[in-house]
Write a protein that binds this ligand. Structure first.
Ligand code: FE2
Length: 434
């Protein structure tokens, strides 16, 4: 292209470059599936000490998929011992997204605390052999990761958080996502960014995602529905209430009961609030685990002063109090806050539940985020991730910034017949980021 005037040339080139960038960001073909597997992801099952779920995607020309698994060995001949399983395959055609086949397998009858190697694919192409470890028994030391909203600029600015988290906790047995994994529920290119952002980490550490408002859409009939991609691309425990399968679910892992609630359905409907309340009470009442961790998107105590998720608080907090839920992991407000010491029980006395709101992606809230009395520690304008270790009667919670610095930390210690004792470990030389 020839420009008489160099300024015009620079400007025009700049505009064309921006336009190309915008078009390629929108291009629904950007993450078109091929013959070889992509978007490989592990998900927790109800008991990841003996089973593990894997999903992946190909073009719809690949009509069947397989997974192979063996106990991992340093001797590469271990592959000859692999067991081959046929996948369930589901075709997804959605608007202008290229048609894809989503494949899934649940590996069963695994040995606890064992490193396995698996691969997925078939004749048209296989993935690499990928390692994962099954969970150990109750009472063994457990490590897990927690992320607040990922949501936007996922490939460009969330990926660094996922990599720092993996470097800090390579032995995590699950990664919790507290909703708003992406921004527009049914845009395939955003899911493409999410899979690219997490890369191979998604295929090694099982995910435990709960959906947020941005992971939902409204059908033409006006029904609030989880993304059309959610169930094809994830395989989550189907032990939730009818109609909310794979968004409400729970898993028991090394003495911790992990529960996902679908707070977006609570937000829009009293009926779904009551359905989840009844289901939650059932699994809190009959819980053989020492620890209980619950995740959902809309916070019970909102760091944003213009927001108040009253139905969430009124429906669930009495149950959290009664059944001594230890940790509640939330998102939605694009800032960080956690608190327990100044949160009361309805009947009086201090709540024994630690409430955390966090954010891992780059979307930030900077208005109406005044520091509130319930917060023991907070931050604005900071991408974060959390590594939690549970061993016996002690839960250690570490908050790291996107650059890997420890920003906040505390321990919860079990006390017989009483609420948890908190031991603060806020780094003395790190000022609160306000
Ligand atoms: Fe949200």
């Amino acid at each position: 292209m020839y420009f008489k005037n160099s300024i015009t040339g620079i400007l025009t080139t700049g505009i064309i470059a921006l336009w190309t960038l915008a078009v390629s960001a929108q291009n629904p073909e950007r993450y078109a599936p091929g013959a070889e597997p992509d978007r490989i992801i592990l998900n927790v099952t109800a008991d990841p000490s003996t089973s593990m779920a894997v999903n992946w995607r190909t073009s719809d020309l690949v009509s069947e998929g397989f997974a192979e698994i063996a106990v991992a060995e340093a001797d590469p001949r271990f592959v000859s011992k692999a067991k081959k399983l046929k996948a369930s395959t589901q075709k997804l055609v959605w608007e202008n997204t290229p048609a894809a086949n989503y494949h899934s397998v649940i590996f069963e009858n695994l040995q606890p605390a064992t490193k396995y190697a698996y691969r997925v694919g078939g004749e048209q192409g296989w993935s690499e052999w990928i390692h994962f470890s099954t969970a150990a028994g109750s009472g063994q030391k457990l490590s897990f990761i927690y992320y607040g909203d990922v949501q936007v600029n996922i490939a460009s600015l969330w990926s660094r958080v996922a990599r720092e988290a993996y470097a800090k906790a390579p032995d995590a047995r699950l990664a919790i996502y507290a909703g708003d994994l992406i921004n527009k529920a049914n845009r395939d290119v955003e899911w493409g960014d999410w899979f690219r952002g997490g890369g191979f980490i998604h295929s090694m550490i099982p995910s435990f995602p709960t959906p947020g408002n941005h992971d939902h859409y409204e059908t033409p009939e006006g029904i609030n529905t989880t993304s059309v991609f959610w169930r094809p691309q994830f395989t989550l425990p189907a032990n939730g209430p009818k109609g909310l399968e794979e968004t409400c679910y729970y898993a028991d892992i090394q003495g911790v009961r992990f529960i996902s609630l679908n707070s977006d359905q609570v937000d829009v409907s009293e009926k779904w609030a009551q359905v989840q309340k009844e289901w939650l009470e059932g699994i809190l009442k009959n819980n053989p685990n020492l620890w209980t961790v619950i995740t959902f998107h809309h916070p019970v105590f909102s760091p944003k002063t213009t927001r108040d998720n009253k139905r969430m608080r009124e429906t669930f907090k009495p149950l959290f109090d009664r059944y001594k839920v230890d940790l509640v992991l939330q998102g939605h407000d694009h800032t960080y806050a956690r608190g327990m010491a100044n949160i009361p029980m309805k009947e009086g006395g201090q709540s024994g539940t630690m409430y955390v709101v966090s954010v891992s992606g780059p979307k930030m809230t900077d208005s109406n985020v005044d520091r509130a009395a319930w917060m023991d520690r907070s931050a604005i304008y900071t991408q974060l991730f959390h590594v939690v270790n549970v061993e016996g009667g002690k839960l250690s919670f570490d908050t790291y910034t996107a650059t890997g610095e420890l920003y906040d930390a505390f321990d919860l210690i079990k006390q017989k017949g009483k609420i948890n004792r908190i031991a603060e470990r806020i780094p003395a030389d790190v000022a609160e980021r306000r």
